[in-house]
Design a binder for this molecule. Sequence first.
Ligand code: PRT
Ligand code: ZN
Length: 210
Amino acid sequence: MSSLKIAIQKSGRLNEKSVELLKNCGLTFENYKSSLISSVSNFPLEILFLRDDDIPEYVQDGIADLGIVGENVISETGVNVHFLQRLGFGKCTLKIAIPNESELVQINDLEGRAIATSYPNILKKYLSDNQINATIRTISGSVEISPGLGLSDAICDIVSTGGTLKSNGLKPFADVMSSEAILIGKNGIEEEEAVKELMQRIQSVLKAKE
Ligand code: PRT
Ligand code: ZN
């Protein structure tokens, strides 16, 4: 049987926990920082190390069979993939935040305002669900500095401890979505024996942590 392929983040907040989860499943593999692909010696699996943003599409298109990625990235890319398992790490909340001195009180007050984000698709849906017309300014990084520069009235970004908001003079205003790392698969892959075996191992590892 040919090997399954699982895509995980190459470096960043989900890398270490993803590698640890696979190792705790009893999988033996080399984890060189320089390699983009690694073969598991005791299971029919290859590991692809990618940017997290590319993982949903790789799985949707079947280049990888499985992937581990944040729910926020899956929602933003709008891919059609199968949710196999919540993994309990990488927890965070996508929030709208406003400057401490802002006069906005309720979410409807965002009407006609500008909101900076790296998550335009999720934000667009949130605003339309709440019947708010606002301008979305898409920026790829350092979203938190945008109100201070006069580029926006609010931001929509990932928050975990809240420290970044605080140090930029911002306060939480509304929760848009909560997120954690998820195991996804291309549609139909859950029927494969090797996937069932891997999922059983993952579930035992998660259970042992409870
Ligand atoms: O290089 P690559 O594209 O793979 O990685 P990346 O830089 O796009 O993502 P990375 O590694 O930062 O995050 C990967 C995933 O971790 C995200 O998609 C989320 O699902 C999850 N995650 C969990 C977070 C955070 N917590 C988090 N705190 N992602 C980002 N942050 C950032 C946030 O953007 C903000 O700048 O941390 C800051 C806020 O943190 P606090 O603790 O100050 O609130
Ligand atoms: Zn990324």
